[in-house]
Design a protein around this ligand. Structure first.
Ligand SMILES: *[C@@H]1O[C@H](CO)[C@@H](O)[C@H](O)[C@H]1NC(C)=O
Ligand SMILES: *[C@@H]1O[C@H](CO)[C@@H](O)[C@H](O)[C@H]1NC(C)=O
Ligand SMILES: *[C@@H]1O[C@H](CO)[C@@H](O)[C@H](O)[C@H]1NC(C)=O
Ligand SMILES: *[C@@H]1O[C@H](CO)[C@@H](O)[C@H](O)[C@H]1NC(C)=O
Ligand SMILES: *[C@@H]1O[C@H](CO)[C@@H](O)[C@H](O)[C@H]1NC(C)=O
Ligand SMILES: *[C@@H]1O[C@H](CO)[C@@H](O)[C@H](O)[C@H]1NC(C)=O
Ligand SMILES: *[C@@H]1O[C@H](CO)[C@@H](O)[C@H](O)[C@H]1NC(C)=O
Ligand SMILES: *[C@@H]1O[C@H](CO)[C@@H](O)[C@H](O)[C@H]1NC(C)=O
Ligand SMILES: *[C@@H]1O[C@H](CO)[C@@H](O)[C@H](O)[C@H]1NC(C)=O
Length: 887
C-alpha cells in the first residue's frame, strides 16, 4: 500500500498547522482513507461497516477523530454489534485539535449534542490531557485512552486523526442520573452522599432542571451537618433552606481543566462571587485562591464535578441555613409539635435561637388539642438545665406562668449512675446529651409530661392512704377552691394514718365541724414552699394566721414547734402550688384547745364522771394540770358493780386514782406502742414493757404489754395478773401540744386486784438477791443464836421473848446496816397502805420504813412474808430486773 501523503504533526509543532494550510498539492483524503491504509484499524473499519457508518465518517470535516487500534477491541469482546451514530459522536471532537494547543487538561466538546435532557444541542464534553513530563517524556491521553500516534492531519477536511489504544465507551451520565446513582454506589474515597441526597430529595435535581453546571461538591465530612440538620434539609419544610444550601455549590457552565494563570470569576447560584483557578496544568481546581479540590474535572454528560475535602465556605455563614429550634424539631421529625406551637401562637419560642431555654418534646404525641399552657410547660427557662451532676434533683421553671410570681415547675432528677433522667418522676428523657441549637437545648421524652393538674386529680393519682385528708378537704370545698384563680398554695397533707392516730380526738373533731375546719384550713399556707425552700419567713395560713416557717436541715419548722419533713421525692406539684404529704407530725392551729372533758362528752362516760363528781375530783378535767384518764365505759362499770352509788368511798377513791394518770404517764403508755414497733418490725411477738407507769395512787404502777395483734394491755404492777385492754385513745390539746388524754378501757381496773399478790414478784426477784437473803438469814440465825446464847448465859430471864425487835437496840442497829445492802426486806402491808392515801399526788417516795430482821428468819420463803414487801424497794434494788428508777 502506498504511503499516504498525510502530514504528520510531531513534536516539532512550530511549523504546524501552517503547512497544512499552505500545501495545495495535498490530495483530498478522508478519515476512512487513513483507517484503510493501516491494518491496525481493520476492526474499527469492520465495526463502522457493519453499522453503516462508513459514509458518515467519510463526510466528517473540521473534527478530531479518535481511531482505536485493533487491540483496543480485544478488551471488549462484548462490544455491542450495534453502534449508533450518536454513540460514535461521543468520541468525535467537534474541532481539529493539535497537541501543541493543549498544555495540561483541556475540556472539549464532541459532536454528540444530546448531552443534556433539558438543554437542546448540549454537546457532551470530552477531556484531553497533554503534557510533557519533567524527564521530557510526553503524555497524551483522551480520558482513559492513550494517544499512541502522532497527530495525523488531513488538511482538506481540516481534521485530525488520533490513534488511541482503548475504546472510549464510558457512557457519561446526565447530572441527575449520576447523583441518583451515586447514592447507591461507593464512590471510592470521594464521599458526598449528603450532597447527593440533598440534590435528589424532593426531586430537586429534576425539578430545577440542573444541567450545564459545575459542581463544587463538599465531602460528607467537611459539611459539619449533624443528622438533625440533614434530616431537616431533606424535609419538605426545609426545602427553601436546602436550595439555599445547594446553591452555594453550583456554578453555571462547565468550568474545569487548565485555566492557565487567569482565574475565572464567576458566581454560584446564590450569586456569590467566586474565583475559580487551577494548578498543576488543570489537575487541581482552586476556589477563591485558597480552597484546593481533592479531586477535579470529573465529567458528566452535562456537568463537571470538583470534589473538596475541605470546607469551601464558612458553612455557618449567611448563605447557609441558620438553624433554629423549629428547624431542629422538624429535623427530629416533631412536625406535629411544631404545628401545635404555631397553632398556639408560640412560634416565637422556636424561631429565636438566642433564647436561653430547654425544650422538652415527647416521642409520644399527646399534644393534639392541648392548650397553650400545656405546650408552654414544655419550655423551660435556661439553656441545658438538665446539665447537673449524677444524683442531682431539682425543680425546673417552666414557661407556663400562672402569674408573675408563679411559673409551674417540672420535677427533674438524675439517677446516681447518670443513666436515668426523669421528669415529674415518671417521664424518661431519651437523649442524655441535648440537641443544641443556638442557645436552646432540646430533649426528647419517651412519654409526654403534662402540666400538674388540679389538686383533686394530682392527689388522687399520686397518693394512696390519704383518704381521710381528701375527705376533709372535700368537706370544706378546699379541693376545688385551692385550684382556682391565680393564688398559690403550699398544702400539708396528712396521711389517713396520722389522722387515725388521733383516734378519739378525731372523733371529736369530726363531730365538731368548726374545729375540724380550723384544723384543715390550718394545713394550707398561702405562698410556695418547695423542698428547696431556704431561710425563715412569715407566711399566712388559709385561716389568716401568720406562721413562721423555717428550714432546718431537710425539715420545715412551723412556728418553732411542728417539724415537717419535706423532700423532693415526696412533694407533689399541682396546678396552684405544691402538696407535701406528711406522715409524722400534724400541724395544729394555734389557740385550739381540746380538753379531756371535750373528749369525754363524746364517750360512754356518764358513770365514770359521776364517780369523779362524787369524789370531788373534777379538777382532773382541767387540761392545764395534764392529767390523763383511763376510762372504762359506763356499761363495763355497771357490769362490775363499780358505780357512784357504792357506799365504800375508800374503795371508790382507790378505783378513781387507779384510773387517773399523772402528767407523763400517758406518754409512757403510748411509748409502749412505739417501742414495740421498734423492737421488731413485724411486731409478731408480744412485747412486755418494763416501764412502770405511775398512777395517781401512791406506789401503785401499771405495766403495759403489747400483743402481737397490736392491742395494748394494762395490768397493775403490784396486782394480780388481771389485764385490761386499751380500746381507743384520745389526746387533749393544749398550747399546740398533745400532753394528756383519755384511754378507753374494755373494763375497769379493779382495786381489789391490788390485794392479791401475783407470782410475778417472785419472778422479779433476782436469784442473787434471794441467795443473798438466804445468806443473810443464815447469818442472822447464827448471830441470833450467838446473841441468844450469850444473853442466855448472861441473862437467862429474857429467853422466852417472842418479839426480838423490841428494845434490842444493838441488834437492830446491826441488822439495819445489813439491810441497807439488802433492801428487799421491809415492813408490813399496813405501812404500805398508809403511804397511799395522798390526794392527787404521786411520788416515787422512798422513805424507808423501819426494818426488822430477826423476826423474818426461817420464814423467808413463805408467801406471807413477801406480802409485806414494799415494792418500792424492789423497784429501787439495783439488782432487780425492774431496773427503773422512777423518782
Ligand atoms: C499502522 O498503525 C500503527 C499504529 O499507529 C503503527 O504502529 C504502524 O507503524 C502503522 N503501519 C503503517 C504501515 O503505517
Ligand atoms: C469546516 O470549516 C470550514 C472553514 O472554517 C467551513 O467552511 C466548513 O463549512 C466547515 N465544515 C463543516 C462540516 O462544518
Ligand atoms: C452553558 O452555560 C454557559 C455558562 O452559563 C453558557 O455560556 C453556555 O451557553 C451554556 N451552554 C448551553 C448549551 O446552553
Ligand atoms: C503563568 O504564570 C507563570 C508564572 O507565574 C509564567 O511562567 C507562565 O508563563 C504563565 N503562563 C501563561 C500562559 O500566562
Ligand atoms: C446566645 O446568648 C448569648 C448571650 O445571651 C448571645 O450573645 C448569643 O447571640 C446567643 N446565641 C445565639 C445563637 O443567638
Ligand atoms: C365533796 O364535797 C362536798 C361538798 O364540798 C362534800 O360534802 C363531800 O363530802 C365531798 N366528798 C368527798 C368524797 O370528799
Ligand atoms: C354485781 O351485783 C349483782 C347483784 O348484786 C351480782 O349479781 C353480780 O354478780 C355482781 N357482779 C360482779 C361482777 O360482782
Ligand atoms: C410477756 O408477758 C406474758 C405474761 O406475763 C408472757 O406470757 C410473755 O411470754 C411475755 N412476752 C415477752 C416477749 O416477754
Ligand atoms: C403520796 O406520796 C407523796 C410523796 O411521798 C406524799 O406527799 C403524799 O402525802 C402521799 N399521799 C398519800 C395519800 O399518802
Amino acid at each position: 500500500m502506498a504511503i499516504l501523503p498525510t502530514i504528520i504533526a510531531n513534536n516539532a509543532h512550530q511549523n504546524f498547522p501552517k503547512i497544512a494550510d499552505d500545501n495545495d498539492k495535498v490530495p483530498t483524503l478522508s478519515i476512512i482513507d487513513i483507517l484503510s491504509s493501516n491494518e491496525s484499524y481493520s476492526t474499527l473499519l469492520n465495526v463502522l461497516q457493519r453499522n453503516d457508518l462508513i459514509d458518515y465518517v467519510n463526510e466528517l470535516e473540521n473534527v478530531t477523530f479518535l481511531a482505536p487500534i485493533n487491540e483496543a477491541f480485544d478488551n471488549y469482546p462484548d462490544l455491542p454489534s450495534k453502534i449508533t451514530q450518536d454513540q460514535l459522536d461521543r468520541f468525535i471532537i467537534d474541532e481539529p485539535v493539535f497537541r501543541e494547543d493543549i498544555d495540561g487538561i483541556k475540556l472539549l466538546s464532541t459532536l454528540n449534542r444530546f448531552g443534556s435532557p433539558y438543554i437542546k444541542n448540549f454537546e457532551i464534553p470530552l477531556l484531553l490531557d497533554h503534557r510533557t513530563l519533567k524527564n521530557g517524556d510526553e503524555v497524551y491521553c483522551v480520558e482513559n485512552a492513550n494517544v499512541i500516534s502522532d497527530d495525523v492531519y488531513l488538511p482538506t477536511i481540516d481534521t485530525v486523526v488520533l490513534t488511541v489504544d482503548a475504546i472510549l465507551l464510558d457512557l457519561k451520565e446526565y447530572v441527575c442520573q449520576y447523583f441518583q446513582n451515586s447514592l447507591n454506589r461507593n464512590t471510592g474515597d470521594e464521599r458526598f452522599k449528603i450532597f447527593s441526597s440533598l440534590l435528589m430529595s424532593q426531586n430537586t435535581c429534576k425539578s430545577t432542571r440542573i444541567s450545564n453546571a459545575t459542581f463544587l461538591i463538599p465531602s460528607d465530612d467537611s459539611l459539619d451537618l449533624n443528622f438533625i440538620e440533614r434530616k431537616y434539609l431533606l424535609n419538605v419544610r426545609g426545602l427553601e433552606d436546602k436550595n439555599l444550601f445547594l446553591s452555594n455549590f453550583l456554578v453555571d457552565g462547565i468550568i474545569g481543566g487548565n485555566l492557565h494563570n487567569n482565574s475565572i470569576t464567576s458566581h454560584n447560584w446564590n450569586k456569590e462571587k467566586i474565583r475559580i483557578s487551577s494548578s498543576y496544568e488543570g489537575d487541581e481546581i482552586i476556589i477563591n485562591n485558597s480552597c484546593h479540590a481533592a479531586s477535579s474535572n470529573f465529567l458528566l454528560s452535562d456537568g463537571i464535578i470538583h470534589y473538596f475535602d475541605e470546607p469551601i465556605y464558612d458553612y455557618r455563614g449567611e448563605n447557609f441555613p441558620q438553624f433554629t429550634p423549629r428547624k431542629y424539631l422538624l429535623g427530629l421529625e416533631y412536625e406535629q409539635f411544631v404545628d401545635e406551637v404555631d397553632f398556639r401562637r408560640l412560634s416565637h419560642l422556636i424561631d429565636d435561637s438566642s433564647i436561653h431555654q430547654t425544650i422538652f418534646v415527647s416521642k409520644d404525641y399527646k399534644l393534639f388539642g392541648t392548650l397553650q399552657n400545656q405546650l408552654l410547660y414544655h419550655f423551660i427557662e435556661g439553656d441545658d438545665v438538665l446539665d447537673v451532676e449524677n444524683g442531682g434533683k431539682k425543680l425546673l421553671n417552666s414557661k407556663f406562668c400562672l402569674s408573675s410570681k408563679f411559673c409551674q415547675k417540672v420535677k427533674f432528677e438524675k439517677s446516681l449512675d447518670g443513666e436515668t433522667v426523669l421528669l415529674n418522676s415518671d417521664t424518661k428523657v431519651v437523649n442524655k446529651v441535648p440537641y443544641k441549637v443556638g442557645n436552646a437545648s432540646i430533649y426528647i421524652l419517651n412519654d409526654d409530661i403534662s402540666l400538674p393538674s388540679k389538686l383533686q386529680t394530682e392527689i388522687a393519682s399520686q397518693l394512696t392512704g390519704f383518704g381521710r385528708s381528701i375527705e376533709f378537704f372535700k368537706r370544706f370545698n378546699l379541693l376545688k377552691s385551692l385550684s382556682k384563680n391565680d393564688e398559690v398554695y403550699t398544702i400539708f397533707f396528712p396521711s389517713s394514718e396520722l389522722w387515725s392516730l388521733l383516734d378519739l380526738t378525731l372523733d371529736y373533731l369530726i363531730s365538731n365541724e368548726k374545729i375540724l375546719e380550723k384544723f384543715v384550713h390550718n394545713l394550707v399556707i398561702k405562698g410556695l414552699i418547695y423542698h428547696d425552700y431556704e431561710g425563715s419567713n412569715e407566711f399566712e395560713t388559709l385561716l389568716g394566721e401568720t406562721v413562721t416557717i423555717e428550714k432546718v436541715n431537710n425539715s420545715l419548722i412551723i412556728d418553732d414547734s411542728t417539724v415537717e419533713d419535706v423532700s423532693f421525692a415526696e412533694e407533689i406539684l399541682y396546678s396552684n402550688g405544691v402538696v407535701h404529704p406528711i406522715t409524722e407530725n400534724l400541724p395544729i392551729p394555734r389557740g385550739l384547745e381540746i380538753t379531756n372533758h371535750d373528749l369525754f362528752k363524746n364517750l360512754d362516760s356518764l358513770e365514770f364522771e359521776k364517780i369523779i363528781n362524787v369524789l370531788n375530783l373534777t379538777s382532773i378535767f382541767n387540761s392545764s394540770l395534764g392529767y390523763s384518764i383511763l376510762l372504762p365505759s359506763s356499761n363495763s362499770l355497771i357490769q362490775e358493780n363499780i358505780t357512784s352509788l357504792l357506799t365504800d368511798i375508800k374503795y371508790l377513791e382507790k378505783f378513781a386514782k387507779l384510773h387517773i394518770l399523772p402528767p407523763g404517764s400517758l406518754d409512757m403508755i403510748l411509748d409502749c406502742y412505739s417501742s414495740s414497733a421498734s423492737l421488731n418490725d413485724n411486731s409478731a411477738i408480744d412485747y412486755n414493757s418494763t416501764t412502770l407507769i405511775p398512777t395517781l395512787m401512791n406506789d401503785t404502777y401499771l405495766t403495759c404489754r403489747q400483743l402481737a395483734s397490736g392491742n395494748l394491755m394494762l395490768s397493775i404492777t403490784e396486782g394480780s395478773g388481771n389485764e385490761v385492754r386499751i380500746l381507743r385513745h384520745g389526746l387533749a390539746l393544749t398550747n399546740l401540744d398533745f400532753n394528756s388524754g383519755i384511754l378507753l378501757l374494755d373494763r375497769p381496773l379493779n382495786p381489789n386486784w391490788l390485794n392479791s399478790r401475783s407470782s410475778k414478784l417472785y419472778l422479779h426477784l433476782p436469784l442473787i438477791a434471794i441467795l443473798l437473803g438466804i445468806l443473810i438469814g443464815i447469818i442472822c440465825v447464827i448471830l441470833g443464836f450467838g446473841c441468844c446464847l450469850i444473853l442466855t448465859l448472861g441473862n437467862s430471864n429474857l429467853k422466852g421473848s417472842n418479839d426480838p425487835i423490841e428494845n434490842d437496840e444493838e441488834r437492830i442497829e446491826h441488822v439495819i446496816s445489813v439491810s441497807e445492802r439488802m433492801p428487799l426486806l421491809n415492813d408490813d402491808e399496813e405501812n404500805q397502805l398508809a403511804n397511799s392515801n395522798g390526794p392527787l399526788t404521786v411520788s416515787g417516795g422512798t422513805e424507808r420504813s423501819k426494818i426488822g430482821c430477826c423476826n423474818h428468819h426461817l420464814n423467808h420463803n413463805s408467801n406471807k412474808n413477801y406480802n409485806s414487801f414494799d415494792t418500792k424497794y424492789s423497784i429501787n434494788a439495783s439488782a432487780s430486773p425492774i431496773d427503773v428508777n422512777y423518782e
